[in-house]
Design a protein around this ligand. Structure first.
Ligand code: PEP
Length: 264
């Protein structure tokens, strides 16, 4: 069985002082829990702090994006090897806010994905449709093209490496992010199963192992129902990741997944 994974996406939030308190709160609440995996993805400037506070704990850390280049004249960019130097396990790739703000194509996201796996990082590759795309019946088509960018758009060697470093897919319907309007457990399950089937067409074994997590207004109130879905392997959490209590509650529900399946 795939162990659940809960990742906090701090986005453009934090300060040295607040991070210290938030991380201390998480460490205290999640201490000793090892039946799910936990991580926080922080702004680049706080990677060093996260590394110092989280090393030797059961909470991993990571970044929220990575350059498609490994070096050169790319002012303000941060490369995958640089991120890896801070002991990161994860990096978020292709978050819808990045796709929208920088007009990011599937091909560009796939190149970032390749740089991440080359550096030994586990990419959390985000896919998801907008409200307009769903209303037009295009949701599966949009997600399919986003997935094909990594299953068919990359060198075979990169894809092999992606399997070794794990790879996580995050289904994040854009219409559910940051607004309290979550996808129903059935909507999430349907898309997660669709994604797993797409990956199985390329590699059945990888498809059975890859963790597909859900993002979009997951809270302590709706987490159990979402996490009880057989293809929902965890959550990518925005707003609730900034509150130690809320984030820990979601993590604890994920850690009791066996019981969730029993009641589902
Ligand atoms: C996100 O931005 O990845 C996210 C899921 O945010 P929220 O939980 O606030 O919807």
């Amino acid at each position: 069985m795939r162990q659940k994974l809960v990742v906090g996406n701090w986005k453009l939030n934090g300060s040295l002082l607040n991070n210290k308190a938030l991380i201390a709160g998480l460490l205290e609440r999640l201490k000793g829990i090892n039946t799910a995996d936990f991580a926080i993805c922080v702004p680049y400037t706080y990677l060093f702090q996260a590394q110092n506070l989280l090393k030797d704990s059961n909470i991993e850390w990571g970044a929220q994006n990575v350059s498609q280049f490994d070096g050169g004249a790319h002012t303000s960019s941060i490369s995958a090897p640089m991120i890896a130097e801070f002991g990161c396990k994860y990096v978020i790739i292709g978050h819808s806010e990045r796709r929208a703000l920088s007009n990011e194509s599937n091909q560009k996201a796939a190149r970032r994905f390749a740089r991440a796996v080359d550096a030994g990082l586990t990419p959390i590759y985000c896919v998801g449709e907008t409200l307009e795309e769903r209303a037009a019946g295009l949701a599966e088509n949009v997600v399919k093209n986003q997935i094909l960018a990594i299953t068919h758009g990359l060198d075979e060697i990169v894809f092999e490496r992606a399997k070794q470093v794990e790879t996580v897919i995050a289904y994040e319907p854009v219409w559910a992010i940051g607004n309290g309007q979550t996808a129903s457990p059935q909507q999430a399950q349907q898309m997660h199963a669709f994604i797993r089937d797409l990956i199985a067409k390329v590699d059945v074994d990888f498809a059975s192992k890859v963790r597909i997590i859900y993002g979009g207004s997951m809270t302590p109130a709706n987490a159990s129902a979402l996490l009880a879905m057989p293809d929902v392997d965890g959550g990518l959490i925005g707003r609730c990741a900034l509150l130690a209590d809320d984030f820990s509650q979601i993590c604890k529900k994920a850690s009791m997944a066996d019981q969730l399946y029993l009641v589902a």
